[in-house]
Structure formats: structure tokens, C-alpha cells
Design a protein around this ligand. Structure first.
Ligand SMILES: [Mg+2]
Ligand SMILES: [Zn+2]
Length: 235
């Protein structure tokens, strides 16, 4: 039986919205959109983009907490975590978002013990903040604050397969370094275009449904998982 290590994106995958966008729209001083445009034009890496945007935040800790507590998650995510843990596999959150927000949100669901690899948010004054990227990696084409492909390479061993659950651009580099992808939104098209082993999902209800296919696959993981995963219960 294959053992799997599961890497799970946060914004847009676990959380319904993008937490960083919500916070920037609410609390950033003017200028954060121009920084975003530079990133879109390829003039700025996503790591530097977020660092500069966070330095424009003007909010108290209470205001931040209030905004975070409005964020909703996919209601099936806690059940997915428990299903993974029952099989004895490992699961962690890898995110190019904010560690503080992720931990606070997950703790509302009793999931604060999940390992989180994300950018580190530090309060530097009553209303000022700084972003550090302890999981950035040089040599990654994306240069995100959290390099997900580096994390994927770390957890992948001969005995352990890696599964990525994600939805967007911050997952592109990792998608090419894992054994299988549960893909949402923009990540579906990326996996198709690059011929990556994946199955499209709408949310964690689907992910729960597809877990047993991973459990029963053996050497020919790609073929067998693909075959069983293609037997979707609904379109
Ligand atoms: Mg995402
Ligand atoms: Zn990477």
C-alpha cells in the first residue's frame, strides 16, 4: 500500500476567499494595487510583491483578527483531514499566504496542530506589519514567498508519494514535482497543459471521495489512480 504525504494549499483551496486580498483591500494604504500590477507584469516576484504590500498595511491586531474571523473555509476540509489522518498519512498546509491568519482560522476547527508552511507575519508597531518568507527557495522559477516545489521535493521519498491539493498560480511549481494533483480552478488547466497526473475537484467533498483510489494503488500509481479517479460519481 502506498503511503502518501499531502500538501494542501490554503487560499482558494481550504479558504473560500484569498485571505491576503481580503486584508489588503480592507487595510492597505494606497499603492498596494500598483505593486500588484508590477507583479502581474512580471517586474516583481510574488515574494517581493507581498512583502511590499504588507508594509502598506495600517491595522491593529484586533482589526486583523476581526477580518480573519469573517473568512469561511470549505466545510468538508475538517472531514478530509480526519480521513487522511485515519489512514496514517501526513498532511500539511503549504501556502504563499500569512501564517498567522491560517493558524487562527484552522484553530476555529480544532486543526491548529496541522503543520503550516507559509509566510511569517510580524507586528512591528501598533498598526504596522512585516512579512518574512522562511520557506522561500532560490532556484525556483516562481520565486514565491513559500516555494511549494522545494517542500514537495523534501517530503517525497521512495516510500512516500506526494499529493498536492491546490487551485492557482502559487501551486504551479509544486504540481510538477508531486505524484498526483487534486486540482481546482486555474490549476486544472495548468495540469492539463503540462500533462500532469491530476483529477479536477470542486472542493474537499470530491477530495474525500478520491482518497481511497490513492490507498489502493500500487506500483503503477499514475495509471491506476487515474483510472479509478476518472470514475467520478458526478460530473
Ligand atoms: Mg490558492
Ligand atoms: Zn517552487
Amino acid at each position: 500500500m502506498s503511503s502518501w504525504s499531502i500538501l494542501c494549499d490554503f487560499d482558494g483551496t481550504i479558504a473560500v476567499e484569498d485571505v491576503t486580498d481580503v486584508i489588503l483591500e480592507r487595510f492597505a494604504r494606497p499603492g498596494w494595487r500598483a505593486i500588484e500590477d508590477k507583479w502581474r507584469d512580471g517586474q516583481l516576484s510574488s515574494r517581493l510583491c507581498m512583502q511590499q504590500q504588507v508594509s502598506l498595511l495600517d491595522m491593529s491586531l484586533d482589526e486583523l483578527d476581526e477580518a480573519i474571523d469573517d473568512i469561511r473555509i470549505d466545510p468538508a476540509f475538517p472531514a478530509f483531514v480526519h480521513a487522511v489522518q485515519r489512514t496514517g498519512w501526513s498532511i500539511c498546509v503549504v501556502s504563499d499566504g500569512l501564517d498567522y491568519a491560517i493558524r487562527r482560522i484552522l484553530s476555529q476547527y480544532g486543526l491548529e496542530a496541522l503543520p503550516i508552511y507559509a509566510n511569517h507575519l510580524t507586528q512591528t508597531g501598533t498598526r504596522s506589519w512585516r512579512l518574512d518568507s522562511p520557506w522561500a527557495a532560490s532556484g525556483c522559477s516562481v520565486d514565491s514567498g513559500t516555494c511549494k516545489c522545494a517542500r514537495a521535493r523534501l517530503v517525497s521519498t521512495a516510500q512516500q508519494r506526494t499529493l498536492l491539493v491546490g487551485d492557482g498560480a502559487s501551486d504551479f511549481c509544486a504540481a510538477e514535482h508531486v505524484d498526483f494533483v487534486f486540482a481546482k480552478h486555474r490549476l486544472i488547466e495548468h495540469c492539463r497543459a503540462h500533462n500532469l497526473h491530476h483529477v479536477p475537484i470542486v472542493g474537499f467533498d470530491d477530495a474525500i471521495h478520491f482518497l481511497p483510489a490513492l490507498k489502493h494503488s500500487s506500483e503503477k500509481i499514475h495509471q491506476s489512480a487515474l483510472q479509478s479517479l476518472e470514475l467520478r460519481p458526478h460530473a
